[in-house]
Design a protein around this ligand. Sequence first.
Ligand code: GDP
Length: 526
Amino acid sequence: MSFPQETARRRTFAIISHPDAGKTTITEKLLLFGGAIQLAGTVKGRKSARHATSDWMEMEKQRGISVTSSVMQFPYRDRIVNLLDTPGHEDFSEDTYRTLTAVDSALMVIDAAKGVEERTIKLMEVCRLRDTPIMTFVNKLDREGRDPIELLDEVEGVLKIQCAPVTWPIGMGKRFRGVYHMARDAVHMYSPTHGGKILRGEVIQGLDNPRLDEVLGSQAQDLREELELVQGASHAFDLDAYLAGTQTPVFFGSAINNFGVQELLDDFVEYAPAPQPRAARSRVVEASETAFSGFVFKIQANMDPNHRDRIAFLRICSGTFTKGAKLRHVRLGRDVKIPDALTFMASDREHVETAYPGDIIGLHNHGTIRIGDTFTEGEALNFSGIPNFAPELFRRAQLRDPLKMKQLAKGLQELCEEGATQLYRPLTNNDLILGAVGVLQFDVVAERLRTEYKVDCRFENVNVQTARWVSSNDPKRFEEFKDKAASNLAIDHGGDLVYIAPTRVNLQMAMERWPEVEFHSTREHG
Ligand code: GDP
């Protein structure tokens, strides 16, 4: 297959949803229908906030799928689908944010009983920054939920995006009988199956088909009347509006019962965008360009507990990656040979021979790769828009065994390279201060230090309320600043200088006192 064909058949996306809407279930079912796994539907217990921690860490073990889970690639029909996982808990939102910069479209999952929830709203805002096209799956129709018309109204009103129903549900809860596919004019009858069985229910062609009345009874007439209302009141699917991010095609179903997911996948591979152009600082890079380029959007340590490795996830923006290729690490201005990149087949972790725009490859990272780094065939490109946000919460790492100091510093350094937390080493003492956006991250880091680095540590309160990256165009004043404010300065894990303030007032005063110094609340990577 030629390079343009390989590029055109890629579909790279992520799922956005509020926790519990069914993201994990749908992921499994997509893999099931994609033929990537034999058996889906491992039962998962009730989740609580604490459970979410272990959920994240134990995911690989608990699930029937042996996945690195971050990226799942599977073929479907003549397409290659790349599904990028996003962590569910809101404390990992920055990670989610960055993953959404690496996709070409998103699938929004909504619980039919709950409608638009808070986390969905936030994720939608992120998608909107880049006008990411969004498909919607309304899940759990096997339970009593809200009126579908009302749900679409809510999506339109709250998320400010037009809805175009592609399928329409026939009843719900105990009376759920299937969906009607508008464009195909066909009813897909609901036949619940669990786990790994794929069973297609009857498909009845034509809304006027008398067979409908036979199997649906009075619900057939209800459906016809309701559809008249829906078609009059809602928007028809408009491919351009979907691709522009102003309209979302909507599907209904019940993921746990393997229903509605295949209809979704069929239309997804048909309509979802192929790899899109990406903005670098100097110019826009088209996926059709044959010179290789890509950027790192995620780093994960110790994915494989047997091989203490750190993997940098790179999204290919243009060109072909071939095993053994030499690439320019733009930030370091150095060429590096990549002998053993990973690809992410859902069933296994395999070595990449070739990869194309839209694909994600995993690079072994020995500390030289950071989130936001760009790799090319030589051009000094810099893909923009992958910021680091200044954390809001700070804790000091307190070791139980003082002899493990080196291990602790190493562990913190490596875990912070993943980007979810920031490590600060003050200039004037030996503290190790961790900054995070959410409380849960401290638990995760402590747990991972214990299991992955054999270091037992606690995080205790520290007198830091906020932090800002600092820089200046006035070298002389900057030196003075570094000298005078030394007790408030620290070096982060990326080697950048940070002002750590005990109070907001202190920060304010420092900013007033040092007008020549810039205080940044985000750090653009790279
Ligand atoms: P996530 O937090 O978004 O990943 O959601 P999960 O996939 O873990 O699902 C949350 C809960 O909803 C689990 O108990 C699932 O079994 C359940 N669930 C998922 N899909 C359906 C569905 O179609 N119908 C019903 N009744 N429950 C579902």
